[in-house]
Design a binder for this molecule. Sequence first.
Ligand SMILES: O=C(O)C(=O)C[C@]1(C(=O)O)C=C[C@@H](O)C=C1
Length: 167
Amino acid sequence: GDARHVLGPLVESSAQRLGIGDEVALSKWDSGASVEDVAREDAVLANAVAQGARANLAAADVTRFFRAQIEANKLIQYTLLATWRRTGYAPPHAPIDLTGTIRPELDRLQTKMIAELADAAPVLESKECAKDVARAVGRYAFEHQFDLAHLPVIALDRAMAGFCRVY
Ligand SMILES: O=C(O)C(=O)C[C@]1(C(=O)O)C=C[C@@H](O)C=C1
């Protein structure tokens, strides 16, 4: 139905955002910086609320959504870093510029996600919101042949849990 149509792009973008989390984790492995950067989180949320307002999205809906996106990103990072710490090494990679390259990439993706959030806004009013979201993630997993217990899917459920007003 309609929910399926409008939630698909948001789920795809959320998965893309989590994929960038892999890069962020590698940069933090190299720099030794903490996963959590509260000042950056505040900047991400403030920017999202401002962009959301121009798309007629309520601050509460935008904040709840991007908070969950950030929490899911940290889940990915903590899991990857712990895995690398246990083995003693991370996958080989070229130097990563978090502030010059990765965060601007997250910012560009966010602009796209605000538009997708606006397209999906009618689902917020549905009593089936949470079910629709859970099914949208399930469809993504099925299409990509990911097991539901696979970390990217677990993180995607976490990331999308902020979409609905009640989840
Ligand atoms: O930019 C970072 O340093 C990230 O780790 C990414 C991110 C995010 O999801 O936007 C996640 C955790 C940090 O607390 C801040 C922001």
